[in-house]
Design a protein around this ligand. Sequence first.
Ligand code: M6R
Length: 359
Amino acid sequence: EKGTFPFYMLKEVSEQPAVMRRLISRYVDQAGAPQFDQAMLEALASADRLYIVAAGTSYHAGLVGQSLFEQLAKVPTEAYLASEFGYHQPLLSAKPMFIFLTQSGETADIRQVLVNVKQAGYPSLTLTNVITSTLAREADYAVELAAGPEIAVASTKAYTAQVAVEALLAKALGMVKQVPAAAAFDVAHQLSLAATGQQALIDQQEQLHLLATDMFGKTRNAFFIGRGTDYFVSLEAALKLKEISYVQAEGFAAGELKHGTIALIEQDTPVVAFITDPVTAARTRSNAEEVEARGAKVLRIASASLAEPGDQVIVDDLDPLLTPLLTIIPGQLLAYFTSLDRGYDVDRPRNLAKSVTVE
Ligand code: M6R
């Protein structure tokens, strides 16, 4: 039931802090250590490479997971689009393990990969919001995202739950492998900071509505830029805007601007810049200035400790690996309000189904 919310999407966006807290109480013990099935952790620990296979928003969460597994568990990890992997399988490592990321657990493109993986005898794990789903049943192991039912076609709370569960798993795996970076990463504390920071952003929704109207009210196109993790959020924020407001939106690596896309910048072209990584903040800022000088209307979403006067949205500080848990909230809400302003059915965008059960 959507209760007092006009659309499920807004309800689901608003539930994200509660989902973060639920994941802490579900998967973290009193001593702050994540708890998962031992056999599953052993299977993950004996893999020499992890392959995360997913589609759409879940793929974008997989890109964030790639850095989490590499940095916290020191295991080479690659995220792949299921629809590509099925037909252009990369050369696999000697001991691969597959992680299928899927809200619904019914995505046909992933199932096709899972069937091949099982045939080859490789171990598999499905991270899903629907633990009774086909992909949960067919993989060797399954972990529940516990985001609660997601009704709106645009995925929101499943994305942040996926990133959070990947962080919990990467920490658990890093502990098994005795990686110092995992020991130093207080995942429960980070997720609890994320919950507080998300709530602060949700509480600013009136201001985000004004920004959405100003930025995207009349436009036919929009750009989202960032580097590293901020680039992955750019992809997801662009997908949200595309699917529910029908604005042609592109997310790309900020450094790629000058390699072509900057030719599209005109007077008032909207560009959203994500700035949460101390290592790349200055460079992304200078990319934002380059487009501004060519007439673009720029909206900066920055972490508190990197914020500068004029930045329109400030998110709390968080470990750079986990900032998508915060920066995607304005991404989701900007898309929501743009769709609302245009009078569309936010929950049921044209041409789309909640789960894509055909290849
Ligand atoms: O259920 P899944 O996570 O496997 O679905 C994958 C995509 O179809 C899904 O994320 C889609 O891109 C959403 N509509 C995005 O909001």
